[in-house]
Ligand binder design. Sequence first.
Ligand SMILES: Nc1nc2c(c(=O)[nH]1)N[C@H]1C(S)=C(S)[C@@H](COP(=O)(O)OP(=O)(O)OC[C@H]3O[C@@H](n4cnc5c(N)ncnc54)[C@H](O)[C@@H]3O)O[C@H]1N2
Ligand code: MOO
Length: 399
Amino acid sequence: MSALMPVADALAAILKTSEVLASEDVALRQAAGRVLAQNISALRTQPPFPASAMDGYAVRADDIASAPANLTLVGESAAGHPFHGSISTNECVRIFTGAPVPEGADTILIQENAQTTGDSVTALQAEERGRYVRPAALDFAEGDELLSAGEILDAGSLSLAAAMNHPALPVRRRPLVAIIATGDELRVPGSKLEPGQIIASNTFGVAALVEKAGGKVLDLGIASDTMKSLEEKFKAAQGADIVVTLGGASVGDHDLVQDALETRGVTLDFWKLAMRPGKPVTFGTAPSGQRYLGLPGNPVSSLVCTTIFLAPLIKSMLGLPAQTHHQTARLAVDLPQNNEREEYARATYELMDGDWWVTPAASQDSSIIRLYHQSNCLLIRPANAPALKRGATCHVVPL
Ligand SMILES: Nc1nc2c(c(=O)[nH]1)N[C@H]1C(S)=C(S)[C@@H](COP(=O)(O)OP(=O)(O)OC[C@H]3O[C@@H](n4cnc5c(N)ncnc54)[C@H](O)[C@@H]3O)O[C@H]1N2
Ligand code: MOO
C-alpha cells in the first residue's frame, strides 16, 4: 500500500497553481468585503477649508480676551453656504457646525457662551485661539496615499474612499468556484425522498465557506452517476476558475469523476491523504488553467477539506495570505496517541479563567453534520502525535 500524502504537501501542490487574479473596478456600494488591488490616494483635501466644529460665532480670539466683550454681527456661515468676505476687529459671523470659518476669524465662540440682541453679540468668556476650528486637511490632504493594495474593504475604508472622492475602486476579481454535487442518491432540500435517497447538503456549507473566503459560487446542482450527466456539468462549469466536485472522490465502482475529467484533458492527481477526515481528495489542472478539486462526499469531510484546501487557494488567488488561522488552547481531556493521519477533530473551545480550553466532540464520524454544527473549532492533532494529558497546549482552527 502506498504511503499517505501529508496534508502540507497536498496544500503546497494546490497552492502552486494559484496566480493572483486581475483587477476590476466596482462601485463603492458593491465593494464591501472585496480585496483592494492598488494603493489609493486622496483626490481632494478634507476638510478643504478651516471648518467650525460647533454652532456659535466665528471671532478673533484677541477681541474677546478680556470678556465680557461686545462684537458686531456682520453675517452668517452655514455648511454649504459660506460667508463671502472677511471679518475685522470686534466683528463676528454667526456660524454652524461644518461651515467654513471666514477669513479674519481664528476662533469659535460657542453659542452657550454668547448673548445676542439684534446685531450685537456679547462674548461672555474668553477662548483660546483656534478653539473649535478644524484646520484644513485635518483628516487628509490631496495626494495622501491612505488605502493599500491587499486591504479587505470594510466600513472605514469605504467611507474613507468616498471622502477621498472615489466613486469606484479597483478590486481583485473574485475566483468563480463551480460546485457540483455527485451521486444518484442525492436530492435537493425540500424533496420528497424515495427509499435510498438522501439530501445533497454539502453544497450549502461549501458555498458558504467559499463566499467567506472571498470566492463567488456557481452552484451547478447535482450530477447523477453517468458520464453524460457529469460531462454536462463540466461543460456548464467552463467559465469557472475552480471546479469543485463533492463525492465520488473515492474508488467505488460508481465514481466516474476521474473518467469524465480525463475526457476534458485534465490530468488528475488522486491522493490518499494522511488526514482525518478527508482521506480521498483529487486535484488537477486543465490545459485551460481551470483547476479541479474533488472533495470527499461525507458531509464533515467536505467542509473540513474546503477549510484546509479550498479557502487557502481562493485567498491566494485574491492576493491574500493563504495560511489558515490557528490559535492555541489547552486540552480539557486526556488524548491517546494519534495514528498516521493528521486529525482535524470537531471540538468546542471556551475561555475559562483566562485560558482557552478545548474539548473534542464525542464522535468524530465524518457523516455526523450535527456535531460539526455544535463545534466552534477544529482541534489539530499532527500525524503520530504522542498521547497528551489534560492541560497540554494544542492548536485549533476557529470555525
Ligand atoms: N474501500 C474504501 N472505501 C472508502 C475509503 C477508502 O479509503 N477505501 N475512504 C472512505 C472515506 S475516508 C471517505 S471520506 C469516503 C469518501 O467517498 P466519496 O468521496 O467517494 O463519497 P461518496 O461515496 O460519494 O459519498 C460518501 C457519503 O457521503 C454522502 N454524500 C455524498 N455527497 C453528498 C452531498 N453532496 N451531500 C450530503 N451527503 C453526501 C454519500 O451519500 C455517502 O454517504 O469514502 C470512504 N470509503
Ligand atoms: O476521510 Mo473520510 O473524509 O474520513 O470520512
